[in-house]
Design a protein around this ligand. Structure first.
Ligand code: F6R
Length: 261
């Protein structure tokens, strides 16, 4: 996988927004998979700024969700549907029709998971999948020991993830759902270009294990090593435990600009 070390979160957001812009100029109706949480916000802000300035035409872009809480009503401000509409779809000037996600309030959750996995394939597959990483190494909500071949399904969040996410629920862990629907690791690996952004010291261990450790389900993000075109963008703090940091810096510095990410 390619590892790009950037000075800070803003620079990471700019770099990835550039990659999305390049994709949209090649394929205006690209299907863009989006993550939620704090990390990708600089990407969405940078991309929205490009759209506002006219540098990028995102009018035909299609957006799909990576995961969703189970049991929150769709209109709940912290349902990932609401978050993606607020942080991505609206700022890019898109309509809800350009957006797809799993139904976290479905009565038949299993059927909703299977339907979403199928819908992604029928939409032509995800062209570029944005990912964050949990402090426990999860991608999407594939918690440690998720099958590396998993498809979209229901998962139970670890206590650590619920603690990490309590900040979105008035710091009240009792409000954080226990269950989620998440694209599986196998589903994520079918995306044409997964790009993981990690920022801050709290992610340094997970990043080091993802990039330099063995492929192992205990660190779900390490499955990205199996993808022929996976990119990991990290700020200096998140890169601080990488043994090969200097090599990654030198490699990127010598990369021809035309290659992009
Ligand atoms: C969210 C998601 C999660 C987050 C991860 C990091 O859609 O899939 O994997 O990316 O929990 O969250 P933040 O960015 O808030 O640290």
């Amino acid at each position: 996988m390619e590892v790009v070390i950037v000075p800070d979160a803003k620079a990471g957001g700019e770099l990835i927004a550039e990659a999305i812009a390049a994709l949209l100029s090649r394929k205006p109706d690209a299907l863009l998979g989006v993550a939620t949480g704090s990390t990708p916000l600089p990407i969405y802000q940078a991309l929205a700024a490009k759209v506002r300035s006219g540098a990028v035409d995102a009018s035909r872009a299609r957006i799909c969700q990576l995961d969703e809480y189970v049991g929150l009503p769709a209109g709940h401000p912290e349902s990932y549907r609401s978050v993606v509409l607020r942080e991505v779809v609206e700022p890019l000037g898109l309509s809800e029709a350009s957006f797809m996600g799993p139904d976290g309030s479905a009565e038949d959750v299993l059927a909703a998971c299977q339907a979403y996995d199928k819908a992604l394939a029928e939409a032509g597959g995800v062209d570029l999948q944005l990912l964050g990483i949990g402090t426990d190494g999860h991608i999407g909500f594939n918690e440690p020991c998720s099958s590396l071949a998993s498809r979209t399904r229901i998962k139970t969040l670890t206590e650590q993830t619920r603690v990490d996410n309590a900040r979105f629920f008035d710091n009240d862990i009792t409000q954080v759902p226990h269950h989620v629907i998440t694209q599986g690791i196998g589903t994520i690996l079918e995306s044409r270009h997964p790009i993981l952004l990690a920022t801050g010291e709290g992610k340094a261990d997970a990043v080091a294990q993802t990039v330099e450790g063995p492929v192992a389900s205990i660190v779900p993000a390490s499955a990205l090593q199996l993808h022929p075109h996976a990119t990991v963008v990290v700020d200096e703090a998140a890169a601080s435990k990488l043994k090969l940091a200097d090599y990654f810096r030198a490699t990127y510095a010598a990369k021809p600009l035309w290659q992009g990410l």
